[in-house]
Design a protein around this ligand. Structure first.
Ligand SMILES: NC(=O)c1ccc[n+]([C@@H]2O[C@H](COP(=O)([O-])OP(=O)(O)OC[C@H]3O[C@@H](n4cnc5c(N)ncnc54)[C@H](OP(=O)(O)O)[C@@H]3O)[C@@H](O)[C@H]2O)c1
Length: 249
């Protein structure tokens, strides 16, 4: 039974999730590296341990309720609680020229399975363990493209984007975040959505202008909020002046 804080990051074998696990370990936490592929997860854990992290693999395909239940059972048996859950796993898909009129139901369903439905499945599976923490934190890795305010502002740098599946999945995730924050408002558990900013990862062919490490700093900030920290925010990178703060829904 560990006495250090225990954090689970989904999709932690690469990208922002890996950097988040590395940074949380750097803050003294024991990190559970959620990965759907045992080899990729094992390689990430080995690299994290090489860097001095107390890292452990957790088999976790977030869209498979049986995998999620097995992961929660494993953490319950091994550790008995969870302090930080970072719902980081996410995918991007689009059809044709990414116009709403070209969107297929298959793509929409695929993206929502990972970016929305799985977050509810994982959160509900781990909530009993988070309730056993004196200071539970849930971070849902969202995006500014989920902000309806920003996406409908002609002055915004995101105005040219028209795709439905990924942006709308993050809008739904923002609402999921707000509703969990409301349900849990009288508990020590703080629930927030993170905007990492545009980071160079496999998700976007490494085209982002920020690093995965910079994106991870946003999740780490929300995962380590003090007891009087905010809950129910979309918080993170502000592109206008390259600072950090709350974003409009
Ligand atoms: N990069 C950006 O600019 C940016 C901006 C805003 C928000 N975000 C968000 O940040 C999060 C991390 O993205 P990233 O940029 O780091 O992308 P990434 O490098 O592609 O990493 C995504 C991670 O999620 C995992 N994953 C995907 N589907 C999964 C599933 N069904 N079950 C378990 N794991 C799954 C992937 O595992 P595999 O290796 O097995 O595929 C991988 O570990 C996502 O939620 C994304 O939407 C990214």
């Amino acid at each position: 039974m560990t006495t250090t804080k225990l954090a689970l990051v989904t999709g932690a074998n690469k990208g922002i999730g890996y950097a988040t696990a590395r940074q949380l370990a750097g803050r003294g936490m024991t990190v559970l590296v959620g990965a759907r592929d045992a080899d990729r997860g094992g390689a990430a854990v080995a690299a994290l341990r090489d860097g001095g992290a107390d890292a452990h693999p957790v088999a976790l395909e977030v869209t498979d309720p049986e995998s999620v239940a097995a992961a929660a059972k494993h953490v319950a048996q091994e550790y008995g609680r969870l302090d930080v859950l970072v719902n980081n796993a996410g995918i991007v898909r689009a059809d044709g020229s990414a116009l709403p009129s070209e969107t297929t139901l298959a793509t929409l369903r695929e993206v929502y399975e990972t970016n929305v439905f799985a977050v509810v499945t994982v959160t509900n599976a781990f909530l009993p363990l988070l309730r056993r923490s004196p200071a539970g934190r849930i971070v849902n890795v969202s995006s500014e493209v989920g902000s309806i305010t920003t996406m409908t502002d002609p002055e915004s740098f995101l105005w040219p984007l028209t795709s439905v599946p990924y942006p709308s999945s993050k809008s739904a995730l923002n609402m999921v975040t707000a509703m969990y924050a409301k349900e849990l408002r009288d508990t020590p558990i703080l629930v927030n959505a993170a905007n990492p900013g545009y980071c160079a990862t496999d998700l976007n062919g490494n085209s982002g202008y920020r690093s995965a490490e910079q994106g991870a700093e946003v999740s780490v900030h929300l995962a380590t909020l003090p007891a009087d920290g905010p809950s129910g925010l979309l918080w993170g990178h502000l592109a206008a002046d390259d600072s950090s703060g709350a974003l409009p829904w």
